[in-house]
Design a protein. Structure first.
Lengths: 418, 334
């Protein structure tokens, strides 16, 4: 046993897969300790906030200390973020009308655009065909640019006096005022933004990965247990037991598993479908492969000398199975279990996409997250953070398991070794 | 050919038996569902009617129309009789369309998409796997992990990624549908071009998913065969490498054919989800609509059609397999 395990861990593929899986599990354990929020809590009012660090604007302007920093490129950056695409196009239009070739103007290069603007713009000049309103628009854009660049500018903070109802100045935020982010009372990091309900995607993803792994594990255990038991019985006892078991196995091999899953989940009904119920349903529909393979392996084992010797010694049936047969198929059963777990996770995701997954109010699963992202068209709207991390997690988990399996396969079947 | 006849009859018996079993499951499972789908339709139809006896009358009429007031076994007999006449009843969610009408519009799309996609994926996967086993070295070292990675992607995942890259970002292909929304199905060149353009993404997403798994399987089989005694013997005999490769390929191929037959059900399931992602007008999307609308005649009929398709394909493959490999008939008889 110890020797086998040492050998397994010498297989590169297995070790890589194992490390990936263990890292995922480690994150599952550590993350809730870091962000203790319930995963389904709705944080954002609105859909699909992009990933980033969210700083409370109120707390930032009311930070205990505001520092004055004179940064050289602060004004340029401010202008760059304030200057909308529409304004840039309007500026280009003006410059072209002024006689500049359109190819000389790069809209994305704010510095060059502003230099050209400063050089050519005259507030009082009215270009041919320009309306008065348009002229005023250009003047506003120009004035806005000036105020953003002046060193003394800023915005006045005001509060409404509760007695008189008038606005009273309470402070001033200058252009050079900076708050230290560690002194701002409320800062929330949303590394993967929020989903369509305004829930933190990362927190939800971690919880969902846990639930999906659990679903896969329960489904895999059930499927392997059924498959192993039936396979052992059919293979070892043979005769009519074998006939009956093989009858059902053949039947279920040909009926598409997915169709069966759809029918059963549908008839259970949305209210009854918890995560574990789904896991059990998946488990009960995916034992067929294991049964077939275990049976055929036991078939070849049951007439070996050591088994016959056990029989002659009068050992009981359970003892023969446990002591003389199981050890020979153990490696196969472990591999089957790993495959069943990863296909269980995929099956849950597939069902959820169809709207037949676990009910949505209690726990998140990877499939449900995917389902919501699809329903809200995240993939078409370009909100990658709502679906891509989910897909990658599913792929990573099943990749690690497939890799472990390939590694095990190469250890147990020396012919496949590199 | 006597042994072959026995094999054929045996396979056909299994085919028929499985079909009956699947048929009963198809009928029974959705009807065990809690809740009353008829009540849902009545609620839709009776919107704005405040008279409760009026609503009751509508309900009565619908239960009689759908036959849900009779005992289950009687419903089953009626169902069998109707299905034999090709009548699957009315669709609950798309009433007054019949289920046969809804399915008839979608089954062609599914056949046209899935059959070629699964076969192409299978062929490409097997070729790559055999090549990896034959060449080993660098090719194998790249192909193997990438095959494992490819086959780790859930079918819908591949569909979404292709959709985002090629339809949303690059805008090479449309995001959804089987043909342009402004066209009416006809045999005009414009319509056919639109169909071909809409076909690409669903097709390749199914193909890519298939390649990985088959490449891994074929590689293992080919490596086993390459180490077999007959290969060494042929080498000693001085046969040409290409000749040996042909032998190996043929022998390694045989289990892959059974693999295809057995995995068809799973593949079709994955392909159905790919259809849903692209809103392709096939059975997958119909099934989704059925689930959303609690439409059990539609669900029963679509799952029945899918089962029948998979069963037929499996049956044909197994018959072909018996012809290709005589050993199979022998093992079947014990």
């Amino acid at each position: 046993m110890g020797h086998t395990i040492r050998q397994i861990f010498r297989s590169g593929k297995f070790v890589v897969g194992f490390t990936i899986l263990m890292s995922v599990l480690l994150v599952l354990v550590v993350y809730p300790w870091w962000v203790p929020d319930p995963p389904l809590q709705i944080l954002g009012q609105g859909t699909f906030f992009p990933p980033g660090i969210y700083v409370s604007a109120y707390d930032a302007s009311n930070a205990p200390v505001l520092y004055t920093l004179n940064l050289r490129d602060a004004a340029d950056k401010r202008i760059e973020s304030r200057l909308s695409q529409e304004d840039r196009l309007a500026m280009q239009e003006w410059l072209v009308a002024d006689g500049l070739p359109e190819s000389a103007i790069d809209l994305a290069d704010t510095d060059a655009l502003l230099a050209l603007w400063e050089e050519h713009y005259e507030p009082d000049r009215r270009l041919p065909g320009m309306t008065f309103a348009r002229m005023r628009y250009y003047q506003r854009v120009d004035a806005g640019l000036d105020s953003l660049r002046s060193a003394g500018g800023g915005e006045i903070l005001a509060a409404r006096n509760p007695e008189t109802g008038e606005l009273e100045e309470t402070g001033m935020v200058k252009l050079t005022d900076y708050a230290n982010i560690s002194q701002v009372a409320n800062v929330r990091i949303l590394p993967l933004g929020t989903d369509n309900f305004g829930r933190d995607v990362l927190t939800q993803l971690v919880a969902a990965t846990g639930v999906s792994l659990l679903i896969g594990f329960v489904a895999g255990l059930i499927a392997t247990a059924i498959g192993l038991t039936l396979g052992l019985l059919a293979g070892y006892i043979g005769g009519w037991v074998d006939d009956i078991i093989m009858f059902f196995t053949n039947l279920f091999t040909v009926i598409p598993t997915f169709v069966l899953l759809i029918l059963i989940s549908f008839s259970i009904g949305q209210d009854q479908r918890g995560a574990i119920t789904i896991a059990v349903v998946i488990g009960f529909t995916s034992w067929v492969w294991t049964t077939r393979s275990v049976r055929s392996q036991v078939f070849s084992l049951r007439n070996r000398d050591h088994v016959n010797l056990s029989k002659l010694s009068g050992h009981s049936l359970p003892r023969i199975i446990v002591a003389d047969i199981l050890p020979y198929i153990a490696s196969y059963v472990v591999m089957a279990l790993i495959l069943q777990i990863s296909s269980g996770i995929l099956a849950e995701a597939g069902l959820s996409i169809l709207g037949l997954g676990p009910r949505t109010t209690e726990v998140p699963t990877l499939g449900l997250m995917m389902n919501w992202a699809m329903i809200y068209q995240a993939h078409v709207l370009g909100n990658w953070w709502a679906y891509l991390p989910v897909l990658l997690t599913i792929a990573l988990i099943s990749f690690s398991m497939n890799l472990m399996n390939t590694g095990l396969d190469q250890v147990f079947n020396p012919a496949l070794r590199d | 050919m006597k042994g072959y006849r026995g094999y054929f009859l045996n396979k056909f018996g299994w085919f028929a038996l499985t079909f009956v079993f699947a048929f009963v499951l198809n009928f029974l499972l959705p009807r065990l569902m809690p809740g009353d789908p008829v009540a849902a339709i009545v609620a839709r139809q009776a919107q704005g009617i405040s008279n409760s006896t009026g609503v009751q009358a509508i309900y009565q009429q619908y239960t009689e129309l759908f036959g849900t007031n009779k005992p289950l076994w009687e419903q089953f007999i009626i169902y069998v009789q109707n299905v034999l006449r090709g009548d699957f009843g009315f669709s609950f969610s798309q009433y007054p369309r019949t289920v046969a009408d809804v399915l008839g519009a979608s089954i062609g799309w599914t056949l046209m998409l899935q059959l070629p996609a699964i076969l192409v994926g299978w062929t490409l996967g097997n070729m790559l796997g055999a090549l990896a086993a034959y060449l080993r070295g660098g090719f194998d070292r790249i192909l193997m992990p990438s095959s494992i990675f490819l086959s780790s992607f859930p079918p819908f995942g591949m569909a979404v990624i292709l959709l985002v890259i090629f339809a949303v970002q690059l805008r090479w292909f449309p995001t959804s549908g089987g043909y342009g929304f402004d066209l009416i199905p006809s045999m005009t060149p414009e319509f056919l071009r639109s169909v071909v353009v809409h076909y690409q993404l669903p097709f390749w997403s199914i193909v890519l998913i298939g390649i990985g798994g088959y490449a891994i399987g074929m590689r293992s089989m080919s490596i086993y065969e390459l180490n077999a005694d007959y290969v060494k013997f042929s080498r000693f005999m001085g046969l040409k490498d290409s000749r040996i490769a042909a032998y190996v390929f043929r022998n390694a191929m045989l289990p892959q054919v059974t693999g295809l037959a057995l995995a068809l059900g799973t593949m079709v399931g994955g392909a159905l989800i790919a259809e849903i992602i692209y809103s392709y007008p096939g059975l997958g999307t119909t099934l989704l609509n059925g689930v959303m609308g609690q439409d059990y005649p539609l669900i029963s009929a679509s799952t029945l059609i899918i089962t029948l398709m998979v069963l037929t394909a499996t049956f044909v493959l197994e018959i072909l397999y018996g012809v290709i490999d005589p050993r199979i008939k022998a093992t079947q008889s014990d």
